[in-house]
Design a binder for this molecule. Structure first.
Ligand code: SF4
Length: 631
């Protein structure tokens, strides 16, 4: 919308002068009661403002009640008789009669005195015309139509003047008719240039705009004339007094709007009208702008194009005034997937509107919700076929947890979290787990899942698999689960086997904890299988070299070695040469002196030096002598 303001719109010189002088008079005459003789100008907004300032409007000098008064003569001027009466009453006055009007008064008075018949072209009810007539003793003939010229009686001397705001065109036609009829007519073109310029200007403007607004009082003749002139060239011409009269519909479809205003229209009213149009236009532009985009509602599913993304968010053009954002948690239920695994720039994706505005003007979208709707069949299939499905523990709630399975919220009771009851589920939050669907009702949107069922299935599968493939002598990897006095239980892939204490080490040990602890990963050998009783015997030491198998290379008769005293017998002391190889120091080989028992000279745990005096590999026996060390 383009708004063109007529450069001649608004206050003319005479009106501006009257308003300025009145305001000045108000300021300088605070002690006086101020009156205007008639309405100062034909604009109610201005006159109401003056009224608020204490200025009273009178139509008759008799209405002046205060002796200390000041009266304003408006730009239209007044009859000579009024000036005389004011002077005779000694009332102070400010004469704001427009100089162009005063000129007419002088012409009329002069010609009247010289015997001319005064003919005024104008509106006989207009104060200016009434005032002019008052300068020729109210004897003028007043016409406003060229036909009225024909009805005029013949006068020898005739003087023709015009109301300053009369239509220039009509004035010319009347003037020509007068010239034709009265050879000796004295014609004074008293139409004010301000009026002429405004009228010419309004015509030119009206020719090139879609809508023409003429602003001014509904009782302002010059405004009415402007309106009539403009309407001849622009059918969509409207006469308004102020911005309140401006209807949105009047201007909404116009591309160009011309604005003119009568001589008594203050600038601020013109500005108000223009401001309102600009506001309406902005509103209209905004409305059109809004209309050019689709409307959105939360919960609606729309298609969009990926325009960019980072590790945490995807930005989507959905043809709305604002772009949409999909946060990573709304992109997929699968926490292990990266954003770049799911979208590429330019991808068309279907998303659900979560919120129209995230507080920063972005539309919040969810792809996960759209996918979830499509994934109900997967859950139904898993339920019917009893197959496991992946899920993410999203929330720990009373009595269990919410597990998101393919983006669909399912409940898992705490008792179904594991094979054994788990008290604290919090540590599972955001874990990806496998579950089985044990209740499914799409209509009620109810899904119950169980990790325990999944784990039990898996355990059973592993047990079956084990018994199917297990063989004595097979080496398997396992994890020590618990320790007892007689051995260690090892999980070898879903089934537990026992390593008896005697199978833990080649050395003599008092407790299994000397060799293993719970959580240790160990390689074991299957020693025996009893499927009927579900018993599996395992050996740990069998995975290590048997110490006696390499003894030939390490020890020889006559070698002096160090060994640790590990236990006593009546006939001597047993010593540990190395792990898995024990030797005997017979009591007779302990000392040169006669001793009653080994503990007389040795202590358990003591390290002694001894000489190897015999090695019997088949029987895994080694004889040692302490007393021969120094020989
Ligand atoms: S229109 Fe012309 S004559 Fe009338 S008040 Fe304004 S300047 Fe004066």
């Amino acid at each position: 919308m383009k708004i063109i303001l007529d450069k001649h719109a608004g206050f003319c010189f005479g009106v501006k002068n009257a308003v300025d002088q009145t305001l000045k008079a108000i300021k300088e005459n605070q002690d006086k009661k101020i009156y205007t003789y008639g309405s100062l100008i034909h604009n109610r907004h201005v006159t109401e403002d003056l009224k608020r300032k204490g200025v009273e409007e009178i139509e008759n000098l008799k209405d002046i009640k205060d002796d200390n008064s000041l009266i304003i003569i408006r730009s239209h001027g007044v009859p000579r008789s009024i000036i005389n009466e004011i002077n005779s009453k000694g009332i102070k006055y400010v004469d704001c009669t427009c100089p162009f009007v005063s000129r007419i008064h002088r012409i009329v008075e002069d010609k009247y005195c010289k015997g001319y018949k005064i003919v005024i072209v104008g509106d006989k009810k207009h104060p200016e015309v009434i005032g002019i007539n008052g300068w020729c003793n109210n004897e003028a003939i007043i016409i406003d139509d060229e036909k009225m010229v024909d009805k005029l009686p013949y006068y020898d001397k005739i003087c023709l003047v015009a109301q300053t705001t009369f239509s220039k065109n009509l004035w010319h036609r009347i003037k020509e008719r007068v010239k034709e009829k009265f050879n000796n007519a004295e014609i004074f073109d008293t139409i004010c240039n301000a009026t002429e310029n405004r009228q010419k200007s309004v015509i030119e403007l009206a020719k090139k705009v879609d809508v023409m607004l003429v602003i001014g009082g509904f009782n302002s003749s010059n405004t009415i004339k402007l309106y009539e002139l403009a309407r001849q060239y622009c059918p969509n011409t409207y006469h308004i007094e102020n911005a309140e009269d401006l209807a949105k519909e009047t201007i909404m479809k116009a591309e160009t709007i011309g604005v003119s205003a009568g001589a008594s229209t203050p600038d601020w009213i013109i500005k108000e009208v223009i401001n309102k149009m600009e506001d309406l236009n902005t509103l209209n532009i905004m409305e059109e702008y809004e209309k050019s985009f689709k409307t959105l509602h939360p919960g609606e599913t729309v298609k969009g194009t990926v325009i960019s993304y980072n590790d945490e968010e995807v930005f989507v053009n959905i043809g709305y005034k604002a772009d949409g954002i999909i946060k990573k948690e709304d992109l997929t239920w699968d926490i292990e997937q990266k954003v770049s695994d799911i979208v590429n720039i330019g991808d068309e994706i279907e998303v659900k509107v979560v919120s129209i505005n995230d507080g920063e003007g972005n539309v919040v979208l969810s792809k996960k919700l759209v996918d979830a709707e499509k994934n109900w069949y997967k859950l139904e299939y898993a339920y019917n076929e009893k197959t496991p499905v992946p899920g993410v523990v999203k929330e720990i709630v009373k009595g269990g947890a919410i597990v998101e399975v393919y983006g669909i919220r399912a409940f898992m009771p705490a008792s179904l979290f594991d094979i054994k009851y788990i008290n604290d589920l919090e540590s599972y939050k955001n874990d990806k787990i496998n579950v089985k669907v044990i209740e499914f009702d799409k209509d009620k949107r109810k899904v119950v899942v169980s990790r325990k069922d999944y784990l039990l299935d898996e355990k059973e599968k592993k047990i079956n698999e084990f018994w199917k493939n297990a063989e004595v002598g097979q080496k398997v990897i396992g994890e020590v689960k618990r320790i007892t006095d007689f051995g260690a239980f090892v999980d070898i892939g879903g089934v537990d086997g026992l390593i008896h204490i005697s199978e833990l080490s080649y050395s003599r040990i008092d407790h299994p904890s000397e060799v293993v602890k719970p959580g240790d990963k160990v390689e074991v050998v299957i020693l025996a299988l009893d499927k009927d009783n579900n018993k599996i015997s395992l050996g740990l030491k069998q995975t290590m070299p048997e110490p006696w198998s390499t003894i030939e290379n390490k020890y020889h008769i006559g070698d002096i070695i160090e060994a640790k005293v590990v236990r006593f017998a009546n006939f001597g002391a047993f010593v540990e040469v190395e792990s898995g190889i024990d030797g005997l120091v017979h009591i007779s080989q302990i000392s040169d002196k006669r001793i009653a028992k080994p503990s007389d000279v040795l202590q358990i745990g003591e390290t002694i030096k001894a000489k190897i005096i015999d090695i019997n590999i088949p029987e895994k026996k080694m004889s040692l002598s302490i007393k021969e060390v120094d020989q």
